[in-house]
Write a protein that binds this ligand. Structure first.
Ligand code: IDP
Ligand code: MG
Length: 132
């Protein structure tokens, strides 16, 4: 069974949307097989967002992602990597369609409620990163 790494971001915690994200995952028929609340530091964010570490907006990402707890999850299901990306919507909450998590709850390109792995290969790397 395919699996992916999903993580609610600090705005989901602050706005009381963790349950909403979990419900959407479960309503789709995916199984959450592990879950934990964590506080991230800059070092792990530099690793997790290595593809963005040299961008001018990287400090904003660090400020945002360290502003409160995240909830990391291992989610299993058929084609779950692509399926979760579809449920989440594109990165920018302004461009994401209504009905997607980001389209329904996010207002910009940084604070966008939820992370989801972008490939099966990265899913395994991210699961290892956060669950060991
Ligand atoms: P993704 O989360 O949809 O996979 P990525 O390009 O991998 O998007 O970016 C990771 C995270 O970095 C985004 O979810 C968002 O929080 C933040 N981010 C990406 N691009 C920008 C930007 O142009 N400005 C501000 N934050 C950004
Ligand atoms: Mg990404």
């Amino acid at each position: 069974m395919e699996r992916t790494y999903i993580m609610t971001k600090p705005d989901a915690y602050e706005r009381g949307l963790i349950g909403e994200v979990i419900s959407r995952i479960e309503n789709k028929g995916y199984k959450i097989t592990d879950m934990k609340m964590m506080n991230l530091d800059e070092a792990i964010l530099k690793e997790h967002y290595a593809h963005l570490a040299d961008k001018p907006f990287f400090p904003e990402i660090v400020t945002y992602m360290t502003s409160g707890p995240v909830v990391g999850m291992i989610v299993e299901g058929q084609n779950v990597v692509t399926g979760m990306r579809n449920i989440m919507g594109p990165t920018d909450g302004l461009e994401a369609a209504s009905g997607t998590i980001r389209g329904d709850f996010a207002h910009n390109k940084n604070e966008n409620i939820v992370h989801g792995s972008d490939s099966v290969e990265n899913a395994e790397i991210e699961i290892k990163r956060f669950f060991g």
